[in-house]
Ligand binder design. Sequence first.
Ligand code: MN
Length: 197
Amino acid sequence: MIKFHFELPELGYQFGDLAPMMSQETISFHYGKHFRTYVDNLNQLVDGSKYEGLSIGELVRKAPDGPIANNAGQVFNHTLFFEQLTPARDAKHPTGEFLFLIEQSFGSFEQMIEQLDKAASSFFGSGWTFLAMNDAGELKILSLPNGDNPLRYELTPLLAIDVWEHAYYLDYQNRRKDYLKNLWLLINWHVVSGRIV
Ligand code: MN
């Protein structure tokens, strides 16, 4: 009997709310099928193993390279991804201390987006581009393959951009740049800044 430790997070929006930047069909496949499969796989892999009982963050940090690390990373990354989205009409701009940090690290919010966009559009293959923070409170941009995560490099992930083709293929086919251009309109920066610990 499998104990289900991990679940899909509830979304603060309906599947169709992010259209036309991200269609209902894309969310229904990406969240409802791809993400669900990672959650189901992780539950089955962890159940009865020495990793049972660990939180998702502990699994991401501690599991050696292999199926548990891959699925835990994908569960963690997709949770970040879907929770940070909001319908374009509600999208927020960074403010306060977070905006100050962005300006210190990148010059301006617009320059940060430009650098994130460049990193995400030029990353080869399947993976993720992150905005992350180090222990000194500095913001960093990094891209990692497959289901890897900044937690494994002692960085706190703040923003996670999915550049696997399954994230955009139904709406944009192979046009990752067009997906990214519209994705920036859906980011809730209040959620992103709330991840600073
Ligand atoms: Mn994905």
